[in-house]
Design a protein around this ligand. Structure first.
Ligand code: PMP
Length: 407
């Protein structure tokens, strides 16, 4: 692949794509140093259109979980692709994948498939509405559940009606959620397993909050829906609130489910099987078999190798390394969220100015991470890869220290 550069591609894109790029992968949102175009991924590395190589701590914003171009996933996808991908109906692999999910996830008695996380959260709400005959959904203020008109953080192109059915509460504030539920007509409580909003430190869910939402949903007859699109497959393969003993009625899955192949799923309990069956919810590509084969292989690898534990090991090594480096360079940092889905901010850096400069310096040192969105680790992040990343982050701290005086 030659004859282009990041700059030349941006110039061409600006003529034929609105804004040159849009949505969360728009590099204009990430800072001047960020490349827009990428040409290759392998293991824990990515290469941009200028040929620069990075240790990848974003994992394509979540989807990559067992290494870019993981041989077993690629082989499973290629074997399916050789038979055909998009046929007149789903392949046997849809049944196998649904069986795998039902076997793995205690709250899952059935699975429905689609493509993106937004498909899954939207479909889960439709199931909840079909089951309850109600309209409203309780969501945490600032939580991201996708980019359809009902939930996109940007209001452009949406109508007030499309936004009218969500009622907000504050994450980890059970009393607030209970008060919000008094509005009535609540079909679902939709919640992420931890607070992973952009531009701010991440926050774990309190066990009492998680259990309290379960009890609230039961009391008011609404569905508890966990949006595990971002956290799913990295924390606990059974579902991210399983360690709390909290089982949702419905769960939305996507991102890491097929190591980058496009697929999403909703899983649900027997009680919601009937309502789920009543939906007209579909898409031309939702049943393509290649992504399902890739999902099956990905989940099997994660299960056989205890993927979350491997990723936790990588994340712990990274977190400890960063903590030591920050201290040695005299920076006070906050490392928040689970180590598998980490984020780092600088104390008192309300504008994220320091964070942006540090992230840009990391890029310059061959480490791709993010200044305002959580990062993602994978099973491909071996000790060697983490150590390579830490070399870059250390140099970036040193560079930042040269710009800023002592804290
Ligand atoms: N829910 C959560 C928690 C997410 O993080 C995302 C994606 N960032 C979505 C839903 C939407 O997924 P997608 O972008 O695949 O539609």
């Amino acid at each position: 692949m030659t004859g282009f550069s990041d700059a030349s591609l941006r110039e061409r894109a600006a003529r034929v794509v609105p804004g040159g790029m849009y949505g969360h992968l728009n590099a204009a949102l990430h800072g001047d140093a960020y490349p827009q175009f990428f040409v290759r991924g392998e293991g824990a590395r990515q290469w941009d259109a200028d040929g620069r190589e990075y240790v990848d701590l974003m994992c394509s914003w979540g989807p990559m979980i067992v290494g870019h171009r993981n041989p077993r996933v690629e082989a499973a996808a290629a074997a399916q692709q050789a038979y055909g991908d998009c046929l007149n109906g789903p392949g046997p692999v849809m049944v196998e994948l649904a069986e795998l999910l039902v076997d793995l996830i205690p709250s899952a008695d059935w699975a429905m498939f689609s493509k993106n996380g937004t498909d899954a959260t939207t479909q889960a709400l439709m199931v909840a509405r079909a089951a309850t005959g109600r309209t409203k959904v309780l969501v945490a203020h600032g939580a991201y559940h996708g980019a359809d008109p009902w939930c996109t953080p940007g209001l452009s192109g949406t109508t007030p009606n499309q936004r009218a059915d969500t009622i907000e509460f504050t994450y980890n504030d059970l009393a607030g959620a209970e008060a919000a539920a008094e509005a009535g007509d609540i079909a679902a409580i939709l919640v992420t397993p931890f607070k992973h909003d952009s531009f701010e430190d991440q926050e774990f869910a309190d066990a009492d909050f998680a259990r309290g939402l379960r009890a609230l949903a039961d009391r008011i007859g609404a569905a508890l829906v966990i949006d595990d699109v971002r956290a799913g497959w990295r924390l606990d393969l059974r579902g991210s609130w399983e360690p709390f003993g909290v089982r949702p009625d419905l769960t939305a899955w996507s991102k890491a489910m097929a190591n980058g192949f496009p697929i999403a799923a909703v899983t649900g309990t027997d009680a919601l099987r009937g309502p789920a069956q009543t939906l007209y919810s579909t898409g031309s590509f939702w049943f393509s078999a290649t992504a399902m084969a890739a999902a099956k292989a990905t989940i099997e690898i994660l299960r056989e190798t205890d993927g979350p534990a491997l990723i936790e090991r990588a994340g712990t090594r990274l977190r400890e390394g960063l903590a030591a480096q920050a201290a040695s360079h005299g920076f006070v940092i906050n490392q928040t969220g689970p180590v598998q889905i980490p984020w780092l901010s600088f104390e008192g850096d309300a504008t994220l100015d320091k964070g942006m400069r540090w992230a840009a310096a990391c890029l310059g040192e061959g480490v791709y991470l993010h200044p305002w969105h959580n990062w993602f680790l994978s099973t491909a992040h071996t000790d060697d890869e983490i150590d390579r990343a830490l070399l870059g982050t250390d140099a970036a701290f040193a560079k930042l220290r040269a710009t800023f005086g002592a804290d």
